[in-house]
Design a protein around this ligand. Structure first.
Ligand code: SAH
Length: 373
């Protein structure tokens, strides 16, 4: 036997519609941590927060942070004796459990743009650029902070494959480009922000690791003061190596070193010199950008260089498309390593002299915290 849920009674009592047309309505427990709640509120067009009581201060704080506090309506004991309805801002701190907050959809612009505009004008700021890390793949590795940043952007800028991972939102404009045009993309983002927009530049993994954050800062510097006053922020993401390492245990448990094998932007001699130095220092090696369809010799050469100093039995992890449906993660050794399947969606982790495959557990690799000697 179905019943009428509390928030429907509350919306009726408050005389407000909650959502319209293709708006998304989220029903959230007030017991969520305020930062998580703020991210969710920012990401939905309309929301209901239930389970108040002791959580109330945190809920109000989250609503403020998400820029939706003005729209919040507090409803207590809807449809019963003692019913009370008040603007969220006017409610004292101690409220009973039988209460909730309605955040009806904004009228006019979508929630995201309205809250972004609200924030920009209330803080007297112009445009901004956030370089946002999407994580290596999938929504499970997107942080609430990154999600909120994407939801509140006016303009999204990025490589088409990465932009495709960001859900479409009404009122947002998208500017996708091919992979190679990083500098151009960075400049474009700064120009959009200079025009007053809240811009999110998307990057896979962490934006500071072989990715767009450096490109944006370089463009900022090249602007010679042209972009003075623009707010530029970097929103971190989970890097692919962290996801790959986690799949097999803890190969990065001790000192490690990360090298990109791409020689588009640096001479190959530098790559070799760094590989040698890392081996010399006995560090675990993570190899990003190992090979593409056309760029194949670099990886073979890199493995040769590493093989000069590391034992043939050194554990190697080959991680491809981690977190996606095409994921494959293999644990092998330097001597058995096969390079054919390695492509641009792959990274390799080459162990140090202490990295071990757990005996009897061929899928688990770790580097002990303690260094012998
Ligand atoms: N900023 C990204 C790295 C960009 S360089 C990060 O922090 O992860 C691109 C390289 O990252 C790819 O060539 C590949 O080596 C690695 N990579 C990115 N996503 C990956 C994934 N899901 N699985 C395995 N490797 C990945």
């Amino acid at each position: 036997m179905a019943g009428v849920t509390g928030f429907c009674a509350a919306a009726a009592a408050a005389g407000t519609p909650l959502a319209k047309r293709d708006d998304v309505l989220m029903v959230l427990p007030g017991t969520l941590a305020p930062d998580v709640l703020a991210a969710r509120l920012q990401d939905s067009d309309a929301a209901v927060v239930m389970k108040l009581g002791r959580t109330f201060d945190g809920v109000r704080e989250a609503a403020k942070r998400a820029g939706v506090a003005q729209r919040g309506i507090y409803v207590e004991r809807a449809s019963g004796p003692g019913q009370r309805i008040a603007p969220l801002a006017e409610v004292e701190s101690s409220v009973p459990y039988m209460s909730l907050v309605l955040v009806p959809t904004a009228t006019g612009a979508s929630t995201a743009t309205a809250s972004a505009a609200g924030r920009a004008s209330s803080e007297g700021r112009g445009g901004s650029v956030a370089v946002v890390g999407l994580g290596p793949a999938g929504p499970q590795w997107l942080t609430p902070e990154a999600q909120a940043e994407l939801a509140s952007a006016d303009e999204l800028v990025g490589y088409e494959t990465y932009l495709a991972r960001v859900p479409h939102r009404r009122g947002q404009r998208r500017h996708s480009s091919e992979n190679r045009v990083e500098a151009e993309r960075a400049r474009h983002a700064l120009e959009l922000a200079a025009g007053g927009s809240r811009v999110a530049v998307v990057s896979s993994g962490d934006p500071g690791i072989f990715a767009m954050a450096s490109a944006v800062l370089e463009a900022l510097e090249d602007g010679n003061g042209q972009y003075a006053g623009l707010e530029v922020r970097v929103v971190p993401g989970l890097s692919a190596m962290q996801a790959a390492a986690a799949r097999v245990g803890a190969p990065l448990g001790h000192d490690f070193c990360v090298v990109s094998l791409s020689d588009h932007l640096k001479p190959w001699e530098i790559v070799e010199r760094r590989l040698r130095a890392a081996c010399e220092a006995d560090m675990v090696l993570v190899l990003y950008n190992p090979a593409s369809r056309t760029r194949r010799e670099q990886l073979a050469r890199a493995i040769e260089v590493v093989g000069e100093q590391r034992a043939p039995s050194t554990p190697v992890v080959v991680a491809r498309a981690v977190g996606s449906e095409a994921e494959s993660v293999t644990v092998t050794t330097l001597e058995r390593l096969e390079l054919d399947g390695v492509d641009m969606r792959t990274l390799l982790i080459v162990g140090s002299s202490t990295t071990r495959i757990v005996p009897g557990e061929p899928r688990l690799v770790y580097t002990p915290r303690r260094y012998p000697g």
